[in-house]
Design a protein around this ligand. Structure first.
Ligand code: ADP
Ligand code: MG
Length: 687
């Protein structure tokens, strides 16, 4: 036992450790030396000690201190993966899963998919009996509980990035707490970038009333301990704008150019919100740099967002060539999940894409929303990793001090809970309101979710999963409405088509879009456009892609995103395997688009809207909540304005826009969901 640990078990308070003497690093490879330089290395013994002696260990440490890449390796080195056991490490983001897995594999001199592997939805790079350290999304671990409720193959589960409070992380923590009572030998490590640790600690200490479990004796072992990793961070100078900016994208580009002109070399990390504005900013920056700076050739501009192809991801981590300046324009994935070396300047737009759900209107949206002070601090911190840095905030100091919220709201409290409810039900948690939540979800959202699941025929009157529909839907790792659509397609005989549609809907967009230059795209879309709407159009594109021999040339010519379509082919194959496992046999309806639309409605009947005002882009009203909505310009039905439509999703910018829309006959709605539509007043004159 290391002597330098002053453990104060009973209290479970914050502990500080003095560093053990560093072992000599002679004879180690470069990577090994890099590992030893990370702040977390000094705590190696302490971490192993705590994990051995506590059911739950909470580790707080600065981003980049080595929590994610090192702790799984320490545990493996200490024998936690012996005897066929596996160490799991969860991440809220898929891209982070892939990125840390490849880094850790490299550090261990292995290939990804051997000793170190990863699993994300539709992609499993692990081998049973071989993989010892497994990175996976929190959502995938939740899914694994359906087959193995006690997660028996894992010896240690590291719940990483817990401060993000993703909906799946919150659910996992509640469920893992339950599992611990049945599996006292299981170790949990909760790792977080901010001091959310106290509330986590209290959560793991307190027992729910009437929660009967094996570990009755509440000894010190069951009290979580908290360890703070003290990182070395350099000071970061904060700059604010004088007046609020009206266009943060333009302002970000201007700021980068200014940095490039005036500041010494050092990489720049720009925080924008999503793929759209990042791609636009990359383009704008390259264009303006060409015109406005003499040092254009010294700039290396790269985007960073999930869904980025692997080759582009590698560029992000590659060392900046001598004399050049790398500019990475990123979503908030670079806030804590991924650390880039060499960043000296941060440009913070003050925004991120966040999920917001309104249970009254039943609209869930990814909206560009202001970040919290905690996020702003994290972002600024990215500039001080290698030397003193600067952070340029594209908002005023006054705004930061007076208006920016201190903390973000957990995703659980601003999400549609349909998927969460069905997962908990599938895990046998019947009383969902009484579940041991880290923070309770709003009851209106819960009621809405139960209502939707009931009308989809996934839950019965007693709020239990129906058989077989409910259980099958729970098995498919997609939005329950899509899963229902797939099951209906099986019954109606158009499963082949529906697998393609579901796969297309699971990627961001199959079209390449360039801000302000959509004319060519619009023309090409007409070639594929189907009068029935976007889903059928997707089928045409997919068919064309296959006929071209999956050619990238063909995609380029037709403004189609080649990587997205490759992903569609992959996903479709996976879905095909999955539905066969459920006993379904894919059949084709041979172009009967009415059948296809009816199957879509079986899942999406609640997303119906009726045209109210004709015009260029006519106004619709949703049947469910009488919201004013419009067909999105990217839809092939944008100018067509059918009387009745069903949409896949709503996205709000200046208006509520329906994305992926099909034209329908309203009588199909009543056919698909008589109970649901009995309660609503559809205008009988329309039938
Ligand atoms: P933490 O989880 O505490 O934020 P990490 O373990 O992710 O820290 O990072 C430790 C170090 O490893 C950082 O210096 C980071 O830059 C480096 N690193 C992580 N992933 C990669 C990668 N894919 N390629 C290169 N370096 C990486
Ligand atoms: Mg990390």
């Amino acid at each position: 036992r290391p002597q330098h640990c002053l453990l104060d078990d009973e209290e479970g308070g914050v502990l500080f450790f003095s560093a053990p003497a560093n072992s000599s690093s002679h004879g180690f490879s470069n990577l090994e030396r890099q590992r030893q330089r990370l702040p977390v290395f000094k705590y190696r013994t302490a971490i192993l000690y705590l994990v051995e002696n506590h059911a739950t260990t909470i580790i707080v440490g600065e981003t980049g201190s080595g929590k994610t890449t090192q702790i799984p390796q320490y545990l493996k080195e200490a024998g936690w993966a012996d005897g066929g056991r596996v160490i799991a490490c969860t991440q809220p983001r898929r891209l982070a899963v892939q990125s840390v897995a490849s880094r850790v594999a490299e550090e261990m001199g292995a290939k990804v998919g051997e000793e170190v592997g990863y699993t994300i939805r539709f992609e499993d790079k692990t081998v049973q009996g071989v993989t010892k350290i497994k990175f996976l999304t929190d959502g995938v671990l939740l899914r694994e509980m359906m087959d193995d409720p006690l997660l028996t193959k894992y010896s240690v589960i590291i719940v990483d990035e817990a401060h993000e409070r993703s909906i799946s992380t919150d659910m996992l923590l509640g469920l893992l707490k339950k599992i611990q009572r049945r599996r006292p030998e299981l170790r949990l490590v909760i790792s977080s970038a901010t001091i959310e640790a106290e509330s986590m600690s209290i959560f793991f200490q307190t027992r729910k009333k009437n929660d009967v479990g094996a570990a009755e004796a509440n000894g010190p072992k069951n009290l979580p301990s908290i360890l703070s990793v003290e990182g070395k961070a350099y000071p970061v100078e904060i700059h604010y704008v004088q007046d609020p900016v009206s266009d943060y994208l333009q302002s970000a580009v201007d700021t980068v150019l200014l940095i490039h002109e005036k500041e010494p070399l050092g990489d720049v990390l720009v925080f924008l919100t999503g793929q759209d504005d990042i791609d636009a900013a990359v383009q704008l920056l390259v264009e303006e740099a060409r015109v406005k700076t003499t040092k254009f050739s010294g700039l290396l501009v790269l985007p960073l967002y999930s869904g980025l192809p692997r080759s582009d991801q590698d560029l992000i981590f590659a060392q900046t060539p001598k004399g050049k300046r790398k500019v990475v324009i990123s979503t908030n994935i670079a806030e804590t999940s991924i650390t880039l070396e060499g960043v000296v300047y941060v440009v913070d737009s003050g925004f991120s894409k966040q999920r917001y759900y309104n249970p009254i209107s039943d609209i869930e949206n990814l909206v560009v929303a202001p970040i919290s002070k905690a996020s702003a601090k994290q972002r600024a911190g990215r500039a001080g990793r290698v030397q003193p840095g600067k952070c340029f905030r594209l908002y005023t100091e006054d705004y930061f001090v007076k208006e920016m919220p201190a903390e973000g709201i957990p995703e659980m409290q601003r999400s549609n809970l349909v998927s969460s409810v069905i997962q908990l039900k599938a895990l046998g948690i019947d009383n969902i309101l009484g579940f041991d939540w880290l923070a309770s979800p709003p009851s209106e959202s819960m009621i809405r979710a139960l209502e939707v699941l009931y009308s989809l025929g996934i839950l019965d009157e007693d709020a239990k999963l129906t058989s077989p529909c409910g259980f099958q839907v729970a098995e498919i790792p997609l939005d329950p409405m899509i899963s229902k659509m797939i099951l209906a397609a099986d019954i109606l005989g158009c499963l082949e088509e529906m697998l393609t549609i579901a796969a297309v809907l699971s990627v961001q967009s199959i079209w390449t879009s360039v801000r302000g230059k959509n004319k060519g795209l619009d023309e090409v879309k007409l070639l594929f456009a189907a009068a029935e709407g976007d889903h059928v159009t997707h089928l045409n594109v997919y068919k064309g892609f296959l006929q071209s021999g999956k050619s990238s040339q063909w995609c380029y010519k037709n403004y189609i995103n080649y990587h997205a379509l490759k992903k569609v082919v992959d996903t479709r194959e996976q879905l095909g395997r999955l539905v066969r496992r459920l006993g379904l046999v894919p059949k084709s309806c041979e172009g009967d688009t009415q059948t296809i639309r009816k199957a879509i409605i079986a899942g999406f009947f609640s997303h119906a809207s009726q045209l109210e005002e004709y015009g260029q882009n006519g106004m619709y009203r949703t049947v469910r909540s009488s919201q004013e909505v419009y067909i999105h310009p990217s839809s092939v039905l944008f100018r067509v304005n059918p009387k009745w439509v069903v949409y896949h999703s709503l996205v709000s910018t200046d208006k509520h826009y329906m994305h992926n829309v099909i034209a329908i006959d309203p009588s199909w709605l009543i056919e698909a969901a008589p109970d649901f539509y009995q309660l609503r007043t559809l205008n009988p004159a329309l039938f």
